[in-house]
Write a protein that binds this ligand. Sequence first.
Ligand SMILES: Cc1ncc(COP(=O)(O)O)c(C=O)c1O
Length: 421
Amino acid sequence: MHDNQDTGGLRQLPFMGVIYVVAEAEKLGFYNGHPDWCNLGQGQPEVGEVQGAPPRLQAVTLRPEDHAYGPIHGTVELRQRVAEHYNRLYRRGRRSHYTADNVAIAAGGRLALTRGIFSLGPVNVGYQLPDYTAYEDMLGAQMSRLTPIPLRTDEKAGFTLSAARFEQAARDFGLQAMLLSNPCNPTGRVIQGEQLSQWVGIARHQQCTLLLDEFYSHYIYDGAGNPGQRPVSAAEFVEDVDKDPVLLFDGLTKNFRYPGWRLGWVVGPKAMIKCMITAGSSVDGGPSRMVQRAAHEVLAPDAADQETSALRQCFARKRNATVSALKELGVRLPWEPEGTFYAWGALDRLPEALADGQKFFRAALQHQVMTVPGEFFDVNPGKHRQGASPLRQWMRFSFGPPHDIVTRGLQRLNAMVKDHA
Ligand SMILES: Cc1ncc(COP(=O)(O)O)c(C=O)c1O
Protein backbone atom coordinates (compact mmCIF):
# COMPACT_ATOMS: atom_id res chain seq x y z
CA MET A 1 0.00 0.00 0.00
CA HIS A 2 3.03 2.27 0.37
CA ASP A 3 4.88 3.76 -2.53
CA ASN A 4 8.55 4.36 -2.18
CA GLN A 5 8.57 8.15 -2.35
CA ASP A 6 10.79 9.99 0.08
CA THR A 7 8.55 11.50 2.73
CA GLY A 8 11.33 13.02 4.77
CA GLY A 9 10.45 13.19 8.44
CA LEU A 10 6.83 12.21 7.80
CA ARG A 11 5.39 8.74 8.42
CA GLN A 12 3.48 7.01 5.65
CA LEU A 13 0.16 5.79 6.98
CA PRO A 14 -1.65 3.23 4.84
CA PHE A 15 -5.15 4.04 3.63
CA MET A 16 -7.70 2.17 5.72
CA GLY A 17 -11.27 0.96 5.38
CA VAL A 18 -13.49 2.81 2.99
CA ILE A 19 -10.67 5.21 2.05
CA TYR A 20 -8.60 2.25 0.84
CA VAL A 21 -11.57 0.88 -1.08
CA VAL A 22 -12.06 4.23 -2.80
CA ALA A 23 -8.33 4.55 -3.59
CA GLU A 24 -8.32 1.10 -5.24
CA ALA A 25 -11.48 1.87 -7.21
CA GLU A 26 -10.01 5.19 -8.36
CA LYS A 27 -7.16 3.29 -9.97
CA LEU A 28 -9.86 1.72 -12.15
CA GLY A 29 -11.54 5.02 -13.00
CA PHE A 30 -14.02 5.52 -10.14
CA TYR A 31 -14.87 9.00 -8.92
CA ASN A 32 -17.68 10.10 -6.62
CA GLY A 33 -20.86 10.31 -8.63
CA HIS A 34 -19.48 8.19 -11.55
CA PRO A 35 -22.63 6.98 -13.33
CA ASP A 36 -21.25 3.50 -14.08
CA TRP A 37 -20.07 2.58 -10.59
CA CYS A 38 -22.10 1.20 -7.67
CA ASN A 39 -20.51 2.08 -4.36
CA LEU A 40 -21.74 -0.59 -1.96
CA GLY A 41 -18.72 0.24 0.17
CA GLN A 42 -20.11 3.65 0.93
CA GLY A 43 -20.07 4.93 4.50
CA GLN A 44 -22.43 7.78 3.83
CA PRO A 45 -26.20 7.71 3.38
CA GLU A 46 -27.80 9.08 0.23
CA VAL A 47 -27.95 12.87 0.54
CA GLY A 48 -30.71 13.80 -1.92
CA GLU A 49 -34.45 14.22 -1.47
CA VAL A 50 -36.14 11.28 0.25
CA GLN A 51 -39.87 10.64 0.13
CA GLY A 52 -41.55 12.07 3.21
CA ALA A 53 -38.42 13.89 4.47
CA PRO A 54 -38.22 17.69 4.68
CA PRO A 55 -36.66 19.31 1.59
CA ARG A 56 -32.88 19.39 1.67
CA LEU A 57 -31.46 22.66 2.96
CA GLN A 58 -30.43 24.86 0.04
CA ALA A 59 -28.88 27.97 1.54
CA VAL A 60 -27.14 29.37 4.55
CA THR A 61 -26.44 33.09 5.02
CA LEU A 62 -23.09 34.36 6.20
CA ARG A 63 -23.14 36.89 9.02
CA PRO A 64 -20.31 39.28 9.94
CA GLU A 65 -19.59 37.36 13.16
CA ASP A 66 -19.12 34.16 11.16
CA HIS A 67 -15.74 35.43 10.01
CA ALA A 68 -14.40 35.20 13.56
CA TYR A 69 -13.50 32.14 15.64
CA GLY A 70 -16.49 30.60 17.35
CA PRO A 71 -16.47 28.94 20.77
CA ILE A 72 -14.16 25.89 20.79
CA HIS A 73 -16.98 23.56 21.87
CA GLY A 74 -19.75 25.10 19.79
CA THR A 75 -22.28 27.90 20.09
CA VAL A 76 -24.51 27.92 23.12
CA GLU A 77 -27.58 27.99 20.83
CA LEU A 78 -26.67 24.72 19.14
CA ARG A 79 -25.50 23.05 22.35
CA GLN A 80 -28.84 23.94 23.90
CA ARG A 81 -30.66 22.58 20.84
CA VAL A 82 -28.80 19.28 21.01
CA ALA A 83 -29.53 18.98 24.74
CA GLU A 84 -33.24 19.57 24.07
CA HIS A 85 -33.16 16.98 21.28
CA TYR A 86 -31.94 14.33 23.76
CA ASN A 87 -34.34 15.42 26.51
CA ARG A 88 -37.26 15.31 24.09
CA LEU A 89 -36.40 11.91 22.62
CA TYR A 90 -35.04 10.06 25.63
CA ARG A 91 -35.55 11.85 28.93
CA ARG A 92 -39.23 12.65 29.27
CA GLY A 93 -40.32 12.23 32.85
CA ARG A 94 -36.74 11.76 34.10
CA ARG A 95 -35.38 13.66 37.08
CA SER A 96 -32.22 14.94 35.40
CA HIS A 97 -31.96 16.59 32.02
CA TYR A 98 -29.17 17.61 29.68
CA THR A 99 -28.32 21.30 29.32
CA ALA A 100 -25.95 23.19 26.99
CA ASP A 101 -23.15 22.42 29.47
CA ASN A 102 -23.59 18.72 28.76
CA VAL A 103 -22.81 19.15 25.06
CA ALA A 104 -19.75 19.89 22.95
CA ILE A 105 -19.91 20.34 19.18
CA ALA A 106 -17.08 19.33 16.85
CA ALA A 107 -16.47 19.50 13.12
CA GLY A 108 -17.62 15.94 12.40
CA GLY A 109 -17.95 12.65 14.20
CA ARG A 110 -14.37 11.49 13.87
CA LEU A 111 -13.16 14.73 15.39
CA ALA A 112 -15.60 14.45 18.29
CA LEU A 113 -14.41 10.87 18.90
CA THR A 114 -10.78 11.90 18.53
CA ARG A 115 -11.32 14.57 21.17
CA GLY A 116 -12.92 11.98 23.43
CA ILE A 117 -10.05 9.52 23.11
CA PHE A 118 -7.50 12.31 23.36
CA SER A 119 -9.09 13.28 26.68
CA LEU A 120 -8.75 9.83 28.25
CA GLY A 121 -6.14 9.43 30.99
CA PRO A 122 -3.61 6.57 31.26
CA VAL A 123 -6.29 3.88 31.36
CA ASN A 124 -7.15 0.47 29.98
CA VAL A 125 -9.74 1.10 27.29
CA GLY A 126 -11.83 -1.78 25.97
CA TYR A 127 -13.03 -1.89 22.38
CA GLN A 128 -15.10 -4.37 20.46
CA LEU A 129 -14.14 -6.50 17.47
CA PRO A 130 -15.26 -6.02 14.80
CA ASP A 131 -15.92 -2.29 14.93
CA TYR A 132 -15.51 0.98 13.01
CA THR A 133 -12.15 1.12 11.17
CA ALA A 134 -11.23 4.67 12.28
CA TYR A 135 -10.91 3.52 15.92
CA GLU A 136 -7.66 1.79 14.99
CA ASP A 137 -5.80 5.00 14.37
CA MET A 138 -7.64 6.99 17.04
CA LEU A 139 -6.56 4.49 19.69
CA GLY A 140 -3.20 3.72 18.10
CA ALA A 141 -2.17 7.36 18.17
CA GLN A 142 -2.67 7.54 21.93
CA MET A 143 -0.94 4.32 22.94
CA SER A 144 1.87 6.06 24.75
CA ARG A 145 -0.82 6.78 27.35
CA LEU A 146 -3.68 4.33 26.72
CA THR A 147 -3.77 0.56 26.71
CA PRO A 148 -6.41 -0.67 24.25
CA ILE A 149 -7.94 -4.06 25.19
CA PRO A 150 -9.79 -5.90 22.39
CA LEU A 151 -13.00 -7.78 23.18
CA ARG A 152 -13.75 -10.02 20.24
CA THR A 153 -17.24 -11.07 19.23
CA ASP A 154 -18.09 -13.71 16.67
CA GLU A 155 -20.93 -15.30 14.77
CA LYS A 156 -21.89 -17.56 17.67
CA ALA A 157 -22.16 -14.58 20.01
CA GLY A 158 -24.25 -12.79 17.37
CA PHE A 159 -21.40 -10.32 16.90
CA THR A 160 -22.57 -8.61 20.08
CA LEU A 161 -20.93 -8.11 23.45
CA SER A 162 -23.41 -9.09 26.12
CA ALA A 163 -23.70 -6.94 29.24
CA ALA A 164 -22.31 -9.90 31.21
CA ARG A 165 -19.22 -10.04 29.00
CA PHE A 166 -18.71 -6.29 29.39
CA GLU A 167 -18.97 -6.59 33.16
CA GLN A 168 -16.49 -9.46 33.27
CA ALA A 169 -14.03 -7.59 31.07
CA ALA A 170 -14.43 -4.39 33.10
CA ARG A 171 -13.45 -6.37 36.22
CA ASP A 172 -10.74 -8.57 34.69
CA PHE A 173 -8.93 -5.79 32.89
CA GLY A 174 -9.84 -2.92 35.20
CA LEU A 175 -11.32 -1.11 32.23
CA GLN A 176 -11.80 2.55 32.97
CA ALA A 177 -13.19 3.23 29.51
CA MET A 178 -14.99 1.26 26.82
CA LEU A 179 -15.44 2.39 23.21
CA LEU A 180 -17.97 0.90 20.81
CA SER A 181 -20.37 1.80 18.04
CA ASN A 182 -24.02 1.00 18.75
CA PRO A 183 -25.71 0.40 16.31
CA CYS A 184 -22.54 -1.28 15.14
CA ASN A 185 -20.68 -0.48 11.94
CA PRO A 186 -20.05 -3.03 10.32
CA THR A 187 -22.34 -5.73 11.78
CA GLY A 188 -25.65 -3.85 11.98
CA ARG A 189 -26.25 -5.33 15.44
CA VAL A 190 -27.87 -3.14 18.11
CA ILE A 191 -27.62 -3.35 21.88
CA GLN A 192 -30.97 -2.03 23.07
CA GLY A 193 -33.68 -2.27 25.71
CA GLU A 194 -32.80 -4.23 28.83
CA GLN A 195 -29.28 -5.09 27.58
CA LEU A 196 -28.46 -1.44 26.99
CA SER A 197 -29.88 -0.52 30.37
CA GLN A 198 -27.57 -3.13 31.93
CA TRP A 199 -24.57 -1.73 30.06
CA VAL A 200 -25.24 1.71 31.51
CA GLY A 201 -25.68 0.22 34.99
CA ILE A 202 -22.35 -1.63 34.72
CA ALA A 203 -20.59 1.54 33.55
CA ARG A 204 -22.07 3.31 36.58
CA HIS A 205 -21.09 0.65 39.12
CA GLN A 206 -17.68 -0.17 37.69
CA GLN A 207 -16.86 3.49 37.04
CA CYS A 208 -16.00 2.57 33.48
CA THR A 209 -16.60 5.49 31.11
CA LEU A 210 -18.67 4.40 28.14
CA LEU A 211 -17.78 6.10 24.88
CA LEU A 212 -20.79 5.11 22.85
CA ASP A 213 -20.70 5.99 19.19
CA GLU A 214 -24.37 6.35 18.30
CA PHE A 215 -23.89 7.72 14.80
CA TYR A 216 -26.55 5.31 13.44
CA SER A 217 -29.01 5.74 16.32
CA HIS A 218 -31.96 6.43 14.02
CA TYR A 219 -31.32 3.59 11.57
CA ILE A 220 -33.31 0.95 13.43
CA TYR A 221 -35.30 -1.98 11.97
CA ASP A 222 -37.28 -4.74 13.63
CA GLY A 223 -36.61 -8.44 13.09
CA ALA A 224 -38.98 -8.55 10.11
CA GLY A 225 -37.26 -5.61 8.43
CA ASN A 226 -39.90 -3.02 9.26
CA PRO A 227 -38.72 0.46 10.20
CA GLY A 228 -38.16 0.67 13.96
CA GLN A 229 -40.59 2.76 15.97
CA ARG A 230 -37.93 4.97 17.49
CA PRO A 231 -34.21 5.63 17.76
CA VAL A 232 -31.92 3.86 20.22
CA SER A 233 -29.65 5.70 22.64
CA ALA A 234 -28.15 4.97 26.04
CA ALA A 235 -29.43 8.45 27.00
CA GLU A 236 -32.67 6.66 27.84
CA PHE A 237 -31.00 4.64 30.60
CA VAL A 238 -28.76 7.24 32.19
CA GLU A 239 -29.89 7.95 35.75
CA ASP A 240 -28.12 11.22 36.47
CA VAL A 241 -26.80 13.02 33.39
CA ASP A 242 -23.95 14.53 35.42
CA LYS A 243 -22.95 11.38 37.31
CA ASP A 244 -23.28 8.37 35.04
CA PRO A 245 -20.01 8.05 33.08
CA VAL A 246 -21.64 7.88 29.66
CA LEU A 247 -20.43 9.89 26.65
CA LEU A 248 -22.67 9.76 23.60
CA PHE A 249 -21.33 10.65 20.16
CA ASP A 250 -23.62 11.52 17.28
CA GLY A 251 -24.11 14.22 14.66
CA LEU A 252 -25.63 15.17 11.34
CA THR A 253 -23.48 12.78 9.26
CA LYS A 254 -25.76 9.75 9.11
CA ASN A 255 -28.97 10.44 11.02
CA PHE A 256 -29.66 13.70 9.21
CA ARG A 257 -27.86 12.81 5.97
CA TYR A 258 -25.51 15.80 5.89
CA PRO A 259 -22.07 14.10 6.00
CA GLY A 260 -20.37 16.95 4.17
CA TRP A 261 -21.36 19.54 6.75
CA ARG A 262 -18.88 18.06 9.22
CA LEU A 263 -20.99 18.43 12.31
CA GLY A 264 -20.81 16.05 15.26
CA TRP A 265 -21.38 16.29 18.97
CA VAL A 266 -20.75 14.60 22.27
CA VAL A 267 -23.25 14.57 25.13
CA GLY A 268 -22.28 13.61 28.68
CA PRO A 269 -21.60 14.73 32.25
CA LYS A 270 -20.62 18.40 32.52
CA ALA A 271 -17.26 17.67 34.16
CA MET A 272 -16.28 15.26 31.35
CA ILE A 273 -17.41 17.67 28.65
CA LYS A 274 -15.19 20.29 30.23
CA CYS A 275 -12.16 17.97 29.94
CA MET A 276 -12.96 17.48 26.28
CA ILE A 277 -13.16 21.22 25.67
CA THR A 278 -9.65 21.65 27.04
CA ALA A 279 -8.41 18.78 24.88
CA GLY A 280 -10.30 20.26 21.94
CA SER A 281 -8.41 23.48 22.08
CA SER A 282 -5.23 21.80 20.94
CA VAL A 283 -6.84 19.24 18.62
CA ASP A 284 -8.87 21.79 16.63
CA GLY A 285 -10.17 25.34 16.79
CA GLY A 286 -13.88 24.57 17.04
CA PRO A 287 -16.62 24.13 14.45
CA SER A 288 -17.77 26.78 11.98
CA ARG A 289 -20.58 29.04 13.14
CA MET A 290 -22.56 29.04 9.93
CA VAL A 291 -22.79 25.27 9.85
CA GLN A 292 -23.99 25.34 13.44
CA ARG A 293 -26.71 27.82 12.55
CA ALA A 294 -27.88 25.55 9.76
CA ALA A 295 -27.74 22.57 12.15
CA HIS A 296 -30.03 24.43 14.52
CA GLU A 297 -32.65 24.41 11.79
CA VAL A 298 -32.14 20.71 11.02
CA LEU A 299 -32.71 19.83 14.69
CA ALA A 300 -35.99 21.74 14.99
CA PRO A 301 -38.26 19.07 16.54
CA ASP A 302 -40.79 18.68 13.71
CA ALA A 303 -38.16 18.71 10.96
CA ALA A 304 -35.94 16.29 12.88
CA ASP A 305 -38.77 13.81 13.47
CA GLN A 306 -39.94 14.04 9.88
CA GLU A 307 -36.42 13.40 8.56
CA THR A 308 -35.62 10.49 10.84
CA SER A 309 -38.89 8.67 10.35
CA ALA A 310 -38.69 9.11 6.56
CA LEU A 311 -35.15 7.77 6.57
CA ARG A 312 -36.20 4.68 8.52
CA GLN A 313 -38.91 3.97 5.93
CA CYS A 314 -36.56 4.52 3.01
CA PHE A 315 -33.66 2.55 4.46
CA ALA A 316 -35.85 -0.32 5.65
CA ARG A 317 -36.89 -0.86 2.02
CA LYS A 318 -33.26 -0.88 0.89
CA ARG A 319 -32.31 -3.14 3.80
CA ASN A 320 -34.87 -5.73 2.76
CA ALA A 321 -33.89 -5.57 -0.91
CA THR A 322 -30.22 -5.99 0.05
CA VAL A 323 -30.85 -8.91 2.40
CA SER A 324 -32.87 -10.87 -0.13
CA ALA A 325 -30.47 -10.18 -3.02
CA LEU A 326 -27.43 -11.21 -0.97
CA LYS A 327 -29.11 -14.41 0.19
CA GLU A 328 -30.03 -15.21 -3.39
CA LEU A 329 -26.45 -14.89 -4.53
CA GLY A 330 -25.23 -17.18 -1.76
CA VAL A 331 -23.90 -14.77 0.86
CA ARG A 332 -24.75 -16.07 4.33
CA LEU A 333 -26.42 -13.53 6.63
CA PRO A 334 -26.76 -15.18 10.03
CA TRP A 335 -27.59 -11.82 11.59
CA GLU A 336 -29.67 -9.52 9.44
CA PRO A 337 -29.20 -5.79 10.07
CA GLU A 338 -31.25 -4.39 12.94
CA GLY A 339 -29.49 -1.04 12.60
CA THR A 340 -27.12 1.01 10.36
CA PHE A 341 -27.17 0.75 6.56
CA TYR A 342 -24.83 -2.23 6.33
CA ALA A 343 -25.38 -5.93 5.78
CA TRP A 344 -22.65 -8.14 7.26
CA GLY A 345 -22.32 -11.37 5.38
CA ALA A 346 -20.17 -14.50 5.23
CA LEU A 347 -18.68 -15.60 1.91
CA ASP A 348 -17.92 -19.19 2.95
CA ARG A 349 -20.60 -20.74 0.72
CA LEU A 350 -19.52 -18.92 -2.43
CA PRO A 351 -17.34 -20.46 -5.17
CA GLU A 352 -13.75 -20.71 -3.92
CA ALA A 353 -12.46 -17.82 -6.03
CA LEU A 354 -14.87 -15.51 -4.20
CA ALA A 355 -14.93 -17.05 -0.74
CA ASP A 356 -12.44 -14.58 0.69
CA GLY A 357 -12.96 -10.87 1.42
CA GLN A 358 -9.97 -9.62 -0.54
CA LYS A 359 -10.68 -11.84 -3.54
CA PHE A 360 -14.35 -10.88 -3.53
CA PHE A 361 -13.45 -7.19 -3.26
CA ARG A 362 -11.01 -7.35 -6.21
CA ALA A 363 -13.42 -9.34 -8.37
CA ALA A 364 -16.31 -6.96 -7.62
CA LEU A 365 -14.17 -3.96 -8.61
CA GLN A 366 -13.88 -5.49 -12.08
CA HIS A 367 -17.68 -5.22 -12.23
CA GLN A 368 -17.48 -1.61 -11.00
CA VAL A 369 -18.98 -2.49 -7.64
CA MET A 370 -17.30 -1.47 -4.39
CA THR A 371 -17.60 -3.51 -1.19
CA VAL A 372 -15.53 -3.62 2.01
CA PRO A 373 -13.65 -6.73 3.21
CA GLY A 374 -14.60 -7.65 6.77
CA GLU A 375 -11.00 -7.86 7.96
CA PHE A 376 -10.74 -4.06 7.71
CA PHE A 377 -12.99 -3.92 10.79
CA ASP A 378 -10.63 -6.10 12.79
CA VAL A 379 -9.47 -2.95 14.57
CA ASN A 380 -5.82 -3.44 15.55
CA PRO A 381 -4.26 -0.38 17.22
CA GLY A 382 -0.49 -0.43 16.96
CA LYS A 383 -0.80 -3.54 14.71
CA HIS A 384 0.15 -5.75 17.67
CA ARG A 385 -2.01 -8.70 16.65
CA GLN A 386 -0.37 -10.78 13.95
CA GLY A 387 -1.62 -13.39 11.50
CA ALA A 388 -4.73 -13.83 9.39
CA SER A 389 -7.91 -12.17 10.59
CA PRO A 390 -10.84 -14.39 11.61
CA LEU A 391 -12.96 -11.94 9.61
CA ARG A 392 -11.35 -12.65 6.27
CA GLN A 393 -14.43 -14.46 4.98
CA TRP A 394 -16.77 -11.64 5.97
CA MET A 395 -17.85 -8.67 3.92
CA ARG A 396 -19.70 -5.42 4.55
CA PHE A 397 -22.30 -4.38 1.98
CA SER A 398 -23.67 -0.84 2.21
CA PHE A 399 -27.20 0.17 1.32
CA GLY A 400 -26.29 3.82 1.80
CA PRO A 401 -26.66 4.77 -1.91
CA PRO A 402 -30.05 5.43 -3.56
CA HIS A 403 -32.24 2.35 -4.12
CA ASP A 404 -31.59 2.00 -7.86
CA ILE A 405 -27.82 2.00 -7.36
CA VAL A 406 -28.05 -0.56 -4.56
CA THR A 407 -30.19 -2.80 -6.76
CA ARG A 408 -27.90 -2.44 -9.77
CA GLY A 409 -24.82 -3.22 -7.67
CA LEU A 410 -26.43 -6.34 -6.24
CA GLN A 411 -27.48 -7.51 -9.70
CA ARG A 412 -23.89 -7.17 -10.89
CA LEU A 413 -22.66 -9.16 -7.89
CA ASN A 414 -25.20 -11.83 -8.71
CA ALA A 415 -23.91 -12.03 -12.29
CA MET A 416 -20.33 -12.18 -10.98
CA VAL A 417 -21.11 -15.13 -8.70
CA LYS A 418 -22.94 -16.94 -11.51
CA ASP A 419 -19.89 -16.49 -13.73
CA HIS A 420 -17.81 -18.32 -11.14
CA ALA A 421 -20.27 -21.15 -10.50
C1 LIG B 1 -19.49 4.28 13.55
C2 LIG B 1 -19.16 5.63 12.98
N1 LIG B 1 -18.89 6.62 13.82
C3 LIG B 1 -18.59 7.84 13.41
C4 LIG B 1 -18.51 8.13 12.06
C5 LIG B 1 -18.09 9.52 11.76
O1 LIG B 1 -18.49 10.21 10.78
P1 LIG B 1 -17.92 11.63 10.35
O2 LIG B 1 -16.54 11.85 10.88
O3 LIG B 1 -17.93 11.51 8.87
O4 LIG B 1 -18.89 12.63 10.91
C6 LIG B 1 -18.76 7.12 11.13
C7 LIG B 1 -18.64 7.36 9.67
O5 LIG B 1 -18.41 6.51 8.87
C8 LIG B 1 -19.10 5.82 11.61
O6 LIG B 1 -19.36 4.81 10.77
